[in-house]
Design a protein. Sequence first.
Length: 105
Amino acid sequence: MKRLLIVAALLALTVPAVAGSEPSERATKKVGAYNNYFTPKKVTVGRGTKVTWVVRQGVHNVRGSVLNSPNMTRGGSYSKTFKRRGTFRYVCTLHSGMGGKVVVR
């Protein structure tokens, strides 16, 4: 029984991930929300990439044509997986002039 468990564990380490499994770390981009700005302001990603906004300071939201987060405080986050190409602009409706864009290729 022990030998079977060891073999199974070794196989799990050597078998490549199957398409359709959990997205890799490379398939996630993070955007920080600070006092009155997002950083980076522009993110360029491929289709199927998840973008996560993380509040680092203050209270913010992420709103746009395909984005509609609640108001979030420090440590809060909001994610969206982009499946179609295009440019998606967004703003924080709580702070005038605070915005950014996601470009999906």
